[in-house]
Design a protein around this ligand. Structure first.
Ligand SMILES: NC(=O)c1ccc[n+]([C@@H]2O[C@H](COP(=O)([O-])OP(=O)(O)OC[C@H]3O[C@@H](n4cnc5c(N)ncnc54)[C@H](O)[C@@H]3O)[C@@H](O)[C@H]2O)c1
Length: 348
């Protein structure tokens, strides 16, 4: 039997349980260490999953020095991802890093370089890429089933409450809503998943125009942004990202001359049209007042990460892949700040 991968989790906040649960379910990993600068959060996570014997650290570098650990999940605030990933690579630990991989392209490049140099895997958590419908669309688009690419849209009308999200407690207050620590707002944090799907399917962006604003939240960063895009394949696109809009709904639309699909918030195709005049409504996009959370879990990306280590293969969402949506988000910020068209590749 193959040795299980020994994993450490760095950052034990909201998303960490999805990582622990994914590792435990995979049957390919042991969760051997948890780290949070607030050790009570690491202890609570250990208790929640009954992880007896798990090592608790408050200093992530001490966790990285632990020779028992093969791989780490980085589940800390955005501004720490680059520093922690680079350090982990230096200690020869494979890295599964939460989105966004970083808050600048310079940081992203440094992470990619450090992992390559030290011969460790780097995978970014874009779990929306691991569902049957999104995979099918990607494959059909690449095989020409959509015909001439016409238009793609990422619409993320989400809402986050100031009091329960940005100012929930000291941890949330300390990094959310600030350029220096969150790196942006609705786009870099929430909408980046759908932006990633848009570019993953439609391909690279040629140029874009954009504006954003902070309409209702007591935060530095944007709570609403709109962008218009030209893809390298000639199609046009739009991105709407928000944490200020209700009713909440989100979808991804991919439109071609022979086929079009709309993917709803559960990442399933809810409407589609195909040549031969067939128009099919699979399910209506439902209005939901409750907070929309990622409707797909981390299990797929975690299994892929573990397989990449055990079978020594390239992860599905490499650092280079994770960088692409970040580049679009940062280009939108630049377009707003400069008031002009931004062409790709983005120069920061
Ligand atoms: N993939 C997804 O769908 C998804 C969903 C939610 C969050 N996330 C991402 O996960 C990451 C964490 O988000 P969250 O909502 O769990 O945040 P959070 O604030 O709830 O948790 C972050 C944790 O990191 C700890 N921390 C901060 N600095 C540290 C340090 N120097 N050393 C050790 N621990 C430290 C904090 O104490 C906190 O417990 C972010 O990148 C976020 O974008 C991804």
């Amino acid at each position: 039997m193959k040795k299980k991968v020994n994993v450490g989790i760095i950052g034990c906040g909201i998303i960490a349980p999805s990582h622990v649960s994914g590792y435990l379910k995979s049957g390919m990993a042991n969760v051997v260490a948890l780290c949070d600068k607030k050790t009570e959060k690491a202890k609570a996570l250990a208790e929640r999953f009954n992880l007896s014997g798990v090592k608790i650290y408050s200093d992530y570098e001490q966790l990285l020095q632990d020779p028992e650990i093969d791989a780490v999940s980085i589940c800390t605030p955005h501004y720490l991802h680059a520093e922690m990933t680079t350090k982990a690579a230096e200690y020869k630990k494979h890295v599964l890093c939460e989105k966004p991989m970083a808050i600048s392209l310079k940081q992203a490049d440094e992470m990619i370089r450090a992992c390559k140099k030290n011969g460790v895997k780097l995978e970014i958590v874009f779990q929306y890429r691991f569902t049957p419908d999104t995979r099918k669309i990607k494959e059909e688009f690449e095989n020409g089933k959509f015909g001439i690419p016409i238009y793609g849209e990422a619409v993320v009308k989400w809402y986050r409450e100031d009091s329960s999200y940005y100012y929930a407690d000291e941890t949330a207050r300390s990094w959310r809503g600030k350029w220096s620590t969150e790196g942006g707002g609705a786009l870099i944090n929430q909408s980046i998943h759908t932006i990633d799907l848009l570019q993953w399917i439609m391909g690279p962006v040629d140029y874009l125009y954009a504006i954003y604003d902070t309409r209702t939240h007591n935060i530095e960063v944007e709570d609403l942004a709109v962008a218009t895009l030209k893809f390298k394949n000639g199609a046009l696109g739009t991105i709407l990202g928000s944490v200020a809009l209700r009713p909440q709904e989100n979808w991804l639309g991919i439109y071609g001359s022979k086929k079009s699909v709309i993917v709803g918030s559960d990442l399933k195709i809810v409407k589609q049209w195909e040549e031969e005049g067939k128009s099919k409504v699979i399910d209506e996009v439902k209005e939901k007042e409750e907070t929309l959370t990622p409707s797909v879990g981390h299990d797929g990306v975690i299994e892929d990460f573990l397989r990449s280590i055990v079978e020594d293969k390239t992860p599905y969402v490499t650092g280079e892949e994770g960088r692409k949506a970040l580049e679009i988000v940062l280009a939108i910020y630049k377009a707003h700040k400069t008031g002009s068209k931004v062409s790709f590749p983005l120069v920061e």
